[in-house]
Design a protein around this ligand. Structure first.
Ligand code: S3P
Length: 186
């Protein structure tokens, strides 16, 4: 693959991790500091489908939503110069962590279950948590997903740290990984 200087120097940064860990807020700030474009996979899918996420789940089902996520990563965004905040289940589907790693630097954000429960309780735009006992659902999903998150990229915890601290850490990791990054087929 022949790369131009900008692709070589500015591979995308993909942020993954469970709902409510702060991917969007942290990603926006990291993008500003890097001079990159910020993209959110959920927002891009909503724009393309002309529907909110709960409506997509309700009318087309989760499997179709997962296909939209894969299409967005495969071909729906620029190949460099972006910070991409990925919906919490995007990296979980088979083959997706390999695909992300082939396209850029991947950082996985973590938070305690307590802060996830607190943060996700504030909005109703997450169909998987629209159940009678969202805390139990969060614990079950986390247990199932944690091993995959752990292998998805460089892991950073957000708890007990300020936003600027976490962003600095993210940028440090991004820069050191970006230096050696070569895009490849997954
Ligand atoms: C999901 C996470 C959500 C969104 C959808 C499904 C998941 O994104 O993609 O509700 O499976 O974890 P956020 O992680 O941005 O909330």
């Amino acid at each position: 693959m022949v790369l131009n200087d900008s692709q070589q120097a500015n591979p995308n940064l993909y942020l993954v991790g469970f709902m409510g860990v702060g991917k969007s807020a942290l990603g926006r700030r990291a993008a500003r500091e890097l001079g990159f474009r910020f993209l959110d996979s959920d927002a891009q899918i909503e724009k393309k489908q002309g529907m909110r996420i709960p409506e997509i789940f309700e009318t087309q089902g989760e499997a179709t939503f997962r296909r939209y996520e894969r299409e967005f990563i495969e071909s729906g965004h620029p190949d460099h110069g972006c910070v991409v905040s990925c919906g919490g289940g995007l990296v979980i589907e088979p083959g997706m962590k390999e695909l992300l790693k082939s396209k850029g630097v991947v950082i996985c954000l973590f938070a305690t279950v307590e802060s996830i429960i607190e943060r996700t309780g504030r909005n109703k735009n997450r169909p998987l948590l629209n159940v009678p006992d969202p805390a139990a659902k969060i614990r079950a999903l986390l247990k199932e997903r944690e091993p995959i998150y752990m292998e998805s990229g460089s892991c950073i915890t957000t708890d007990g740290r300020t936003i600027p601290e976490v962003v600095r850490h993210m940028i440090r990791i991004y820069k050191s990984n970006a230096r050696n990054f070569q895009p490849h087929d997954s």
